[in-house]
Design a binder for this molecule. Structure first.
Ligand code: SAM
Ligand code: ZN
Length: 227
């Protein structure tokens, strides 16, 4: 991941590959999905983070739910925006970035009110996934979703900046950080080694404090005043 750029995950195969290999692809149909007459989603407050997107009705598996729209920008412009947002984050303590990788040359900056899909939060056990279909990014249901459930996908962040992105998805399998699943075993190793180190430090601190107690001479008891 480039500096300062939070990049939700995408299936970045060229769209033509997706279409020509549709038979073996998990998507039920290889043609462009269309926006639904009646949106399948609704924006509400989320327990994960600020606002989120929720299912407005029961949604079956493999259903195109919402298109992730935005401004198509070059990688150079994407890096510039990422760095500017990083500067902003340093000053304000946070800055949401909505840039999706589109292909090897372009990214999509979804930071526009016209893109409610930008409000979909990350989950370690997501119910949605993003696919690029002929240059368009669509959010699909990974499984059947019940009305009222929050929509989520795995942002697919890499290991470089894991500590900057604690995860609050609340799922039993939550790894604690917003991270692509392929890095989970590595992160678990890092966290285990860190916990072990911290345990050792605590043990040494306790030993030192016990030692100090045995070395410090006890103050003589004050004689009780005679009445
Ligand atoms: C693309 S925005 C998602 C919409 C966001 N909830 C909002 O109201 O603007 C991404 C930001 O949401 C937050 N976020 C999303 N998923 C999260 C999660 N599982 N745990 C913690 N924060 C999360 C992070 O601050 C992240 O930078
Ligand atoms: Zn999580």
């Amino acid at each position: 991941m480039r500096v300062g750029q939070e990049r939700p995950c995408t299936k970045s195969e060229p769209p033509l590959t997706l279409v020509s290999e549709a038979a073996s692809h998990p998507l039920p149909f290889p043609f462009m999905p269309k926006a639904q007459d009646k949106p399948l989603w609704i924006v509400r407050r989320s327990s994960i983070h600020q606002r989120g997107v929720f299912a407005a009705c029961d949604i079956p598996k493999d259903r195109p739910i919402i298109e992730y729209v935005g401004e198509k920008i070059t990688k150079k412009e994407s890096t510039r925006r990422g760095l500017a947002l990083e500067e902003k984050a340093k000053k304000t303590g946070g800055a949401a970035v909505y840039i999706f990788t589109l292909n090897a040359r372009y990214d999509l900056d979804g930071a526009t009110a016209a893109n409610p899909a930008r409000l979909i939060n990350h989950s370690c056990d997501p119910n949605c996934e993003s696919f690029i279909i002929r240059g368009h990014i669509w959010i699909y249901s990974l499984r059947e979703i019940k009305a009222g459930e929050e929509l989520s996908f795995n942002y697919g962040f890499d290991l470089e900046t894991w500590e900057d992105h604690p995860c609050r998805c609340g799922e039993p399998c939550c790894v604690g950080y917003i991270l692509d699943k392929q890095y989970w075993p590595k992160l678990r190793g890092i966290l285990k080694a860190r916990a072990k180190r911290q345990g050792k430090i605590k043990e040494l601190e306790n030993k030192l404090s016990d030692l100090k107690k045995t070395l410090t001479p006890k103050a003589p008891k004050k004689p009780k005043p005679v009445a």
